[in-house]
Ligand binder design. Structure first.
Ligand code: PEP
Length: 251
């Protein structure tokens, strides 16, 4: 099987009002046929913008994603959004297990696995986030932590090409700090090995994204590392110009 197109996904977090839809239009404007061949783009805006973004992007071949989903398809869960609702609003991806949700909402690996399964059930590709804290890395436990998160939060059975893993060291998110390319290479190799244990050789089709302070200035260095199949981008995805500059490294 051939290696999949890399994926650059933007995580807008809790940013974006109607006016930000212009940035999505601008990304579409710069995403020409040559670039589309080299890299897939996805934007995960707040859920309130999904439907309008989806209408704006009709025909633009930019994917949309949710930032979280409930594990059930529907029910008495005030304030929650199901994977089916995200799909209905035009999403094809859903981020699950982002460190901010693990921290702010106490999400466990088991819950994240249920959410990833919900995404698959609804026809979405889950982007399962894992990553160690600074203290865990300093203690030499980074790969053990990440492997345990993978073992606990990946669906046990899944088509590997429908699954995306994002390695996001917690200490690199929004901090301007990044691991060295060597550290990224080591972790992504460890993640690939773990995926092979779970899914067999088909695991070559699972994209492993790097996330944490990716910006135009460091994208080439971080994303050209072996086993890095794209990026999950937070802050630098909020403006079309910088988001496109990151994608441009694949041209
Ligand atoms: C993220 O939160 O997924 C992320 C990578 O954030 P940032 O790029 O802002 O560090």
């Amino acid at each position: 099987s051939s290696t999949p197109r890399p994926l650059v996904a933007g995580n807008w977090k809790m940013h974006g009002l109607s006016a930000s839809l212009g940035e999505i239009e601008a990304v579409a404007g710069g995403y020409d046929a040559a670039l589309r061949e080299k890299v897939e783009l996805a934007i995960c805006p707040p859920a309130t913008l999904l439907e309008r973004a989806s209408r704006l992007l009709a025909g633009a071949e930019i994917a949309l994603g949710g930032q979280d989903c409930h594990e059930r398809p529907s029910g008495a869960h005030t304030g929650d959004i199901s994977a089916e609702m995200l799909a209905d609003a035009g999403a094809s991806y859903v981020i699950v297990g982002h460190s901010e949700r693990r921290a702010d909402h106490g999400e466990s690996d088991a819950l994240i696995r249920a959410k990833a399964l919900a995404g698959l059930r609804a026809g979405l590709s889950p982007i399962v986030c894992v990553g160690e804290t600074r203290a865990e890395r300093d203690a030499g436990r980074a790969s053990a932590i990440v492997e345990a998160q993978l073992d606990g939060s990946l669906p046990r059975r899944a088509a590997p090409d429908k699954l995306v893993v994002a390695y996001e060291p917690v200490w690199a998110i929004g901090s301007g700090l990044t691991p060295t390319p060597l550290d990224v290479a080591e972790m992504h190799a460890a993640i690939r090995a773990r995926l092979v244990i779970h899914f067999g050789t088909g695991a070559a089709a699972t994209r492993i994204l790097y996330g944490g302070s990716v910006k135009a200035a460091n994208a080439a260095e971080l994303l050209r590392v072996k086993n890095v199949d794209g990026a999950l981008v937070g802050g630098a995805s909020l403006t079309a110009k910088e988001f496109l500059e990151i994608a441009e490294i694949y041209r």
